[in-house]
Structure formats: C-alpha cells, structure tokens
Design a protein. Structure first.
Length: 325
C-alpha cells in the first residue's frame, strides 16, 4: 500500500500547526557530531549533569529511541522577545526563552497535534510509529538540525538559521515513515567567519573553543541546573541575571533580523515576565509561594532554593554596582 503523504505535505502541516521551521533528515549516526559529543563528555564540560553522559548511546543514535525510525522531522519554533533598555532596581532579568509559559508543554501539545494531522493522511491499516522530543530527550538536536538544513552551528554552539537567527526552540519527531530528506547547506544560513562577538561577550569565558561550551562556567547552567553553590568569580559576572542567560545570542550579528515570536504562550505576560523582584523571591518561605510565581513556566526547574540563591547574588551584585558609583 502506498503511503499518501510527502515531505512537502508534512512541512505544510507543520507550518499550519504553528511551527516556524521544518526540515527532514535520516536517523543515521552523524560521526563528527558523535565524536564531538564524546570529547565534550570526556573533558567534563557537562559539569554535574550526569544524566547527559548516561544517555550517550541513545543521544548519538536515534534508532535506539525508535528502532523503526527512517526519518526525523526537525521542527523550529521562534521565541524571540526584545529586552527592555534597563533593569529596574531590585529586579533580576529572566532569559528570553523563559519569560512565558513552559515551552516543553507548549511544543509537546503542538507535536502531538502535528502527528495526529500526519496520521490522517495515512492508510488506516498502515502501522506507523512516531516518537517525539523537545530538547530534554537524548538527541543531538542541533546536529540533526544542521543535517535537516535548518541552519549551522555557531561558535556559541547554537543552531543559527538565516531567518530566525538562534532564537528558536528545537523539537524532533522520529517516524517510521520514509520521507524525502533535505540536503544540508549550512553556508546558506550565514557563518561566523572571523567574528568572535559571542566569545568576547561571555562574562565567564564559557565558550572554550568554536562550538564548544563548558557548562560548568555557563550562567545558564549555574542559574538553572541548581549546583550547590556558584563560585564567587562566576557569581560576580552574573550581574542582574536571575534565571538563564542569552548574552552570547544578544551580541550575535546574525540575530539582528530577529522577529518577535507570534506564539502567544511565549509572551512575557503569560508567565513571570522579563523581570523578577529579588526581595519577593528572598522572602518566600514555602513551595506554594514559589509555585504561585513560577507554576507552568521554566522557572520551576530552579526550585525555590535555587531561585533564592540567584536572587541573593543579584542583590549583592547590584549593591556593589551602586557602591562603585
């Protein structure tokens, strides 16, 4: 029986389901990406995120996640929001991606809907397997994003697209459907060439070489993944960042054409917003108070003690900045 769906139809369905980008590739192991990942782990650049190392085999071979996989549908969803010019006194800034609702839940709903719509085009008796991920699963998503022609990997390790820059979430649908694949042409999306803006701007020197980030130094890791303590030399470089960091993206020349996200659930008013009051956070005494502020947003990942730790650092940094003046 002939399957009545094509790559073109899949992309149309992805677009009408709300995704901004869609590319298709095969689940074959990418040797250079596998080697880079293994070297990254060997150097300890994953810090204490042992869960990344535990899934190394599944991360580099998608068929270990879905044995019948013949294609990977790689999806992109724009989340860009502009920054305010200044930071209100007594507030910490939240990274752009975390200001609205939790993108995992938003994109999970969207991918389920897309799978349902794809299935409607298939013969009823045809058994088709699907398996989807939204960045928390064991998948070298940026490498497969390049392979699906969604962009190239920049010096800050981000996947950069010619239309959306690096301001987009990535999701994948593994499927047993055999679809026409996209031919990777990373150069059409631009390139870093001699630019070192992201490397120069990183406050903690976390970008240790082209495309390689030491998570243990990265402010995003330090403020989100809840290490027991943040080394003083890194805490002092956090400034007013209370959750996440997108400095390396903000200075990227290829992000100047950024478009504000249309997905309403990513708007600041749908979540915690751009700023969080540090005093309010420090005065919280219960998980219920914490969840009243953060429920349904990415900030729940830091837990109350983590967010309070970050808030205290921001307060101290702002105090020192005032004293300098």
């Amino acid at each position: 029986m002939v399957i009545m769906i094509t790559a073109s139809i899949v992309k149309q369905l992805a677009k009408s389901s709300g995704f901004d980008l869609c590319g298709i590739t095969t689940p074959d192991i990418i040797p250079e990406a596998k080697l880079s990942f293994e070297r990254w782990i060997a150097k300890g650049y994953h810090a204490d995120m042992e869960w990344i190392a535990r899934n190394a085999g599944r991360r580099t071979d998608p068929t270990k996640c879905l044995e019948s996989a013949k294609s990977i549908i790689v999806l992109g969803l724009n989340y860009y929001q502009p920054n305010s010019k200044g930071i209100p006194r007594g507030c910490g800034r939240v990274a752009r991606y975390a200001r609205g609702r939790d993108y995992h839940k938003v994109i999970e709903r969207m991918t389920r809907h897309l799978i349902e719509r794809i299935s409607e085009h298939l013969p009823i008796i045809e058994k088709t397997d699907f398996f989807s991920y939204v960045d928390y699963g064991p998948m070298l998503e940026r490498a497969y994003g390049v392979k699906a022609d969604l962009g190239f990997i920049g010096k800050n390790s981000m996947l950069i697209n010619r239309e959306y820059g690096s301001w987009f979430f990535i999701a994948e649908i593994l499927t047993s459907l055999e679809l026409e694949i996209d031919i990777a042409t990373p150069s059409r999306h631009g390139g870093c060439v001699d630019c070192t803006a992201c490397i120069d701007a990183c406050p903690t020197n976390a970008i240790v070489s082209d495309g390689v980030v030491d998570a243990g130094r990265c402010i995003s890791y330090l403020t989100i993944e809840r290490p027991e303590s943040i080394p003083k030399e890194y805490a002092e470089q956090m400034g007013s960042l209370i959750f996440g960091c997108d400095i390396c993206q903000s200075v990227c020349p290829l992000n100047v054409r950024a478009k504000q996200a249309l997905q309403k659930e990513f708007l600041p008013e749908r979540g915690v917003g751009e700023f969080v009051d540090t005093e309010v956070v420090c005065k919280m005494q219960s998980r219920d108070e914490f969840l009243k502020l953060t429920a349904g947003t990415p900030l729940t990942r830091s837990r109350l003690e983590g967010l309070q730790k970050n808030a205290r650092i921001v307060i101290e940094n702002q105090k020192h900045e005032t004293d300098k003046r």
